[in-house]
Design a protein around this ligand. Sequence first.
Ligand code: AGV
Ligand code: CA
Length: 314
Amino acid sequence: MSSTTPVIFDHDGGIDDLLSLILLLRLPNIDVVGVTITPADCYPDDALLSTRKILTLTGNTHIPVSVGQLAGPNPFPPEWRAQPKMCHATPLMLRTSHDEVKVETKAAHEWMQDALAHAAEPVTVLMTGPATNLAAALTQSPDLVDNVQKVVWMGGAVKVKGNVAMHDHDGSAEWNAYWDPKATKALVDSGVNLLLVPLDATNDLPVSWDFLRQLAVKNTPVSDLSGQFWASTVTSIPSYEFTYFLWDILSTCILALPEDKLRIETGQVAVSTTTPNAGHTYLCGKSGSSISWVASVDADYVREMVIHYLSGEF
Ligand code: AGV
Ligand code: CA
């Protein structure tokens, strides 16, 4: 066994997905073996360009990137998908090249199957977008479940209300789970070792002005770029939803958070795939699958950890 944890990171190109990539690459004892992109809360060209630039900026041009070709039935609002274009328009990102980072020709779910099949030890999969790529990989090759150490997924809302606000939805689902409800169900039912990081836990971590001020006083290249990314989220469109949270950021922190800083619950969870609650991840005594989720965390500790790792030099 190596002393580092091999991790595949599947993200969907949002502001906090890209910040999570920077954070993940700066956590100790993590070996990122590949980055895959789900074309969900982003436009994939922007997500790919920003990912390649972040890998270059952090000295990780050896890490391969693969873009997903599968899409769920419930698209994200175009305003949200367009927002992260600003990330590769900041001066530091404009000055950074991208072409040293290899883009795999295989689609993300196929690249994942290869990577898992050939891994020397079981791999941790961190996901901060919809579950589509991993669900497809495990549906096509169910034996690969044994090659996954664990899945940490920002998705779902177990005992709290969701964040989907659409005319044909009752608001019970979280967006990543809703984008591709069948993939959500397939993942939950796959038998993989799954830890959800649902809204239950992330609701305690809004991106507040106080948090942004604490990051800003660090006054370093990494904290400045991070603060610029987050600055674009304070204008989230009120008609959809106003507050931006440390959703994906918390999920990334879970890989390095001491056990006594979080509370995990385990139960039988089922997933709806039909209106009006498609993507709802709910407790269900009889017909659900046994999975775990992060119920709460030490929010002050997490904020300090984020500010610590998102400051310093690149
Ligand atoms: O539901 C949270 C997920 C996270 O993976 N995403 C954003 C995070 O990357 C969807 C989402 C919910 N509310 C949003 C979202 C908002 N106001 N803006 C953009 N994306
Ligand atoms: Ca995301």
